[in-house]
Design a protein around this ligand. Structure first.
Ligand SMILES: CC(C)(COP(=O)(O)OP(=O)(O)OC[C@H]1O[C@@H](n2cnc3c(N)ncnc32)[C@H](O)[C@@H]1OP(=O)(O)O)[C@@H](O)C(=O)NCCC(=O)NCCS
Length: 397
């Protein structure tokens, strides 16, 4: 790219970046009252702008951390607000934003970056891979009768929107995190506080009280489908254990004037249908890639997660961040660089797909995304990358 300047935006330029981003998504500018909240979601010094004679592209990020298989958390940058002015696309502006972000993340020592992609073809070329998936489904309330062995659960209580942030932050901090879940930093809660207050239908926030305090919550809205039936849409739901899961479901099924409960991008292995005497009360309606992951510091990322089974040498190919390229010995003892020949070779995007356990090496090999020195290694590779449970983020940013 030539004749462009890229720099961190000043605080007084951030609203223009928000307007540009919204326009790229075909949305009107944020009204003043909304912007008063949204601006607090912008972490200072983290919004990039690309200029020619005006601002033509932007991207921003927020500090967070990401839980990896084995339970450790690595430092992460949650990337969002990516947009290029419609009359300046396909000229390398996003490529420049990605380059500048990677340079900034390297300076900060960030181990991974993650994002929600608006479209599938955008981020793979920069080394991002689909790391978590979500599944959407509909529960027909009258058909959804709880089985007698479902735990009773604790008390569920509605919380006012003004109190929600503090109560939900306390609850979220208490919940055991699966791989793919992230810390919800203050800037994210600032965004969320605004999101709770937007929308045509009023928001409802219900929290579950376990023995140690709030250990689960569900945020939902009830609207009317075109035929007039009541639809309760779950926007955010987290819980620590089986009692909180059951308690929240008992509550959801008790809400009046609801015919269907709509679940959006829930974990692939969340056993909602197993709660009911008729598992067909639940119909899968959709789903797909949830978050995309970029391993920025491959040695640190590999050292942070748990590996299982027999050791293998894995070669990583990374044409964008070349310091990551090389061979690593992965074993129950950790990860270290090695000069030994590789048993497995894959691109850094495919590594991101396997890293949290979202894709098995055998599936990647079948699709030509992973090379094996010999076919028999595939079982050891699957064991090596095995993770507990389906990875899932569950935080939209
Ligand atoms: C997606 C977007 C940011 C891409 O910006 P851009 O400046 O056009 O991207 P670049 O010119 O740097 O593209 C780099 C490469 O990616 C490809 N690419 C970029 N966006 C693409 C898309 N949406 N679909 C397919 N390919 C895309 C380009 O064709 C180019 O490929 P090439 O190097 O082989 O020519 C821009 O189109 C946009 O603002 N879209 C609307 C808002 C949006 O979806 N934002 C992302 C939110 S997650």
């Amino acid at each position: 790219m030539t004749d462009h300047r890229t720099r961190v935006l000043r605080e007084d330029e951030v609203r223009a970046a928000n307007t540009l981003f919204r326009a790229a998504l075909h949305m009107k500018p944020a009204p003043d009252e909304d912007w008063d909240r949204t601006r607090h979601a912008y972490q200072p010094g983290r919004t990039l702008g690309v200029f020619d004679d005006a601002l033509i592209g932007t991207a921003r990020s927020t500090d967070s951390d990401l839980t990896v298989p084995g339970g450790a958390a690595v430092s992460s940058a949650a990337v969002t607000g990516v947009g290029v002015r419609a009359d300046r696309t396909r000229r390398g502006v996003l490529t420049e934003l990605m380059r500048a972000q990677f340079a900034d993340f390297a300076e900060r020592g960030v181990v991974v970056a993650n994002l929600w992609a608006s479209e599938g073809p955008i981020y793979g070329r920069f080394g991002y891979g689909v790391a978590t998936h979500g599944r959407s489904s509909t529960v027909r309330r009258r058909q959804a009768v709880l089985r007698p062995d479902v735990p009773p659960g604790g008390e569920v209580e509605l919380v006012d929107v003004d109190a929600a942030r503090a109560v939900l932050a306390e609850g979220y901090a208490r919940i055991g995190r699966r791989a793919g879940m992230m810390a919800r930093p203050d800037h994210w809660w600032n965004y969320y506080d605004g999101a709770l207050r937007r929308g045509d239908d009023p928001v409802a926030i219900a929290v579950h009280h376990g023995g140690r305090g709030v250990d689960g919550f569900v945020v939902y809205r009830v609207g009317r489908a075109p035929g007039g039936s009541g639809v309760l849409t779950v926007e955010d739901m987290h819980y620590d254990d089986a009692a909180a899961f059951a308690g929240l479901w008992r509550y959801l099924l008790s809400v009046d004037l609801v015919d269907e409960i709509s679940l959006v991008y829930r974990p692939l292995d969340e056993p909602v249908d197993l709660l009911f005497t008729d598992p067909r009360a639940v119909t899968v309606t959709g789903g797909g890639d949830e978050t995309w992951l970029r391993l920025l510091d491959v040695p640190a990322a590999l050292a942070a997660r748990r590996w299982a089974g027999e050791p293998l040498v894995v070669e990583v190919v990374d044409p964008v961040l070349e310091h990551n390229a090389g061979r690593y010995l992965l074993s129950e003892d950790g990860a270290e660089r090695t000069g030994e020949p590789a048993a497995v070779r894959l691109g850094v995007d495919a590594l991101a797909m396997a890293y949290l356990g979202g894709w098995r090496p055998s599936a990647l090999a079948r699709a030509g995304r992973l090379w094996l020195a010999e076919p028999g290694i595939v079982h050891a590779a699957d064991r090596l990358f095995a993770a507990h449970g389906a990875p899932w983020c569950g935080t939209f940013f």
